[in-house]
Write a protein that binds this ligand. Sequence first.
Ligand SMILES: Nc1ncnc2c1ncn2[C@@H]1O[C@H](COP(=O)(O)OP(=O)(O)O)[C@@H](O)[C@H]1O
Ligand SMILES: [Mg+2]
Length: 356
Amino acid sequence: MTAQLEYPDVQDADALLSVQGLWKVFGPKAQRVPRRPDLAALDRADLLAQTGCTAAVRDLSFEVAPGEVFVVMGLSGSGKSTLVRCLTRLIEPTAGSLLFEGEDLRAADEKRLRALRRSKFSMVFQHFGLLPHRKVIDNVSYGLEIRGESKPDRRRRAQEVIDLVGLAGNENLYPEQLSGGMQQRVGLARALANDPDVLLFDEPFSALDPLIRREMQTEVVRLHREVGKTMVFITHDLSEALKLGDRILLMRDGAAVQLGTGDELVGAPADDYVREFVREVPRADVLTLRWIVRDPRPGEPLDGPELDADVLVRDATRPVLEASRPVKVVDGGTLLGVIGDEEILAVVAPPNHQPA
Ligand SMILES: Nc1ncnc2c1ncn2[C@@H]1O[C@H](COP(=O)(O)OP(=O)(O)O)[C@@H](O)[C@H]1O
Ligand SMILES: [Mg+2]
């Protein structure tokens, strides 16, 4: 949610979730695919033709830091849902390692996994998965009931999270009496009720109208600020990814194409695929001055106004265009360089820009 590099290199010991060399292969004798370099190297079509297998997740490695919003983005079929289900072993990975708070999840038995899923993880799905014959409050407290908490405790906690997600007053309604956006708020409240360490979202807002969808995104940003939970958020929507993600993992055909902050994906795309993916992004809303700062030219006046390197180009546009001198870009007191009208205009109105 910020443009700063807060998690440049998550160290193993600090990671909440650590994924190394993760594979999920569907199909006959799936195990051999990650083991055999000749098969592992095949693209999707050839792998299917030669083995009858689909590698939904291919050799993924990443770490999620405590408190981070980690977004996994990719087109439909790129393996996002498979990945997020592998993280709690709702889908059994084919190869690789999975550590949660240092614990080897792949070694966990069923009993331990159930306990972890109940207390440490919560999922929010696209289709809200609410129980139709239970009122809002009973949907929200369902997980607590499973955990064996007393009725007064359940009620108290359910009411707390219902208030938190803005559903107060709707406790006694049934899901069908609610709009899609409100139903997903119930989904959010239910996920939060367990007080999990990690919230896993699988395209939770894809079925909602654009306006409601933006409202729900803002809601997640607010909730994250308030409760500070670690989130793994799956989406196929780039603007959603940019709005929510501290870091974004872009997947294609099961593999990682790029992992970075939003401004890194936009400012320094790893390849043509990423470049194409981010082409339509309003760059001024994502890039900071750090990306466009240049060295002062000989003789250029250095007595202009100062802006921080992390200011978005969008927010710098007016001050820079209004200044009669180049604007100095500083980072923690250090002068990085300057920017003038040209640097701003190159982002806001690039010369090769095709009007829509
Ligand atoms: N149970 C399954 N059996 C075989 N193939 C599957 C299964 N689940 C998913 N796949 C395939 O794995 C790929 C990734 O699917 P999925 O994880 O659902 O992608 P996404 O969530 O990004 O749309 C797709 O090609 C899909 O057809
Ligand atoms: Mg999916």
